[in-house]
Design a protein around this ligand. Sequence first.
Ligand SMILES: *Cc1c(COP(=O)(O)O)cnc(C)c1O
Length: 360
Amino acid sequence: MRLVAAEIDLQALAFNLARTKEIAPHSKVMAVLKANAYGHGLVKIAQHLQEADAFAVARIDEALALRAGGLTKPIVLLEGFFHHTDLPILLANNFQTIIHDESQLLALEQAQLDAPIATWLKVDTGMHRLGIEPSRFAEFYQRLKACKNAKPQVNLMTHFACADDLQDSKTNEQLQQFQTLVAAQQEALCLANSAGILGWPQAHGDWVRPGLMLYGVSPMVGGRAAQHGLKPVMRLTTKVIAIRKIATGEKVGYGSRWQSPCDTHLAVIAVGYGDGYPRHAKAGTPVMIAGRRYGIVGSVSMDMITVDIGDNAAGIAIGDSVEMWGPDLPVEEIAECAGTIPYELLCNVTPRVSYEYIKG
Ligand SMILES: *Cc1c(COP(=O)(O)O)cnc(C)c1O
């Protein structure tokens, strides 16, 4: 019996990619697969995104794993390369690189390569993480254009800091700065992550970079997948392994942090932070058993959680299946209950969880 399973719905995944194209109909799609495809399984997810125009990852190892898995689409390295010795690997594997810093540009200019590499010049318009200063755009652009190791087309990229908040004026400021800067160039532009795609249609550009939305999750503040017409891809489930009777006033779990206000029953379920469930999920965080919501109580342990199922135990029995998040229980809501973001919950699912890939 599989005690904790991450059910991955490949049909929902394909649906979300189609939905992305519907929302950004004039843009090519670079599907973002970093961090093991947000915890969904890198190669398996890539294999089922055949309609994407390219893949994007954060690390060269992730890109190599895609090639080893037989994937042949272009792959963009979102942080670029890290050392000049990486360049032959990029060339041999048809990896495209971001250029976000002068050290990368110098390495590319000085390399001895048999053929040029495709590049994306990343401009910092206000995120202040990676990217060149806007004041140096013309210089970098011209040097890349002149660089024999860079392909003639120099794609242009920037990244939004606050696109998940529709009330924040920063996105329009970043957009405007980027558009002004690149106005004279006839190059492919790429700006939007999922929040940019969903919230800022004026920022779609020639390419979009969806990550979270492909997995059927809303990146927006207070958002839910359903409001964007997206379908959750992951369902995390476990089983009831014990049912206990608890009297009024009894304390439950490590630190005895929860005290029962009435006579009730607890279902002990076989999932915990050792599986990636957030330890900081507060009392009352919902789980779904037999189509009904119940709240967790007490501390989340490594391998178990206790759930208050009420005085009559609601017909729940050992062996019953429990949904922790998924199509019936938004991971966005669980993240809110745990003081984090859905990205972190998905990435944190641990290797002891069994993955099951299903279609529909
Ligand atoms: C992770 C990442 C994305 C995808 O972001 P989502 O919010 O998951 O859509 C896009 N662009 C860059 C540069 C990233 O690092």
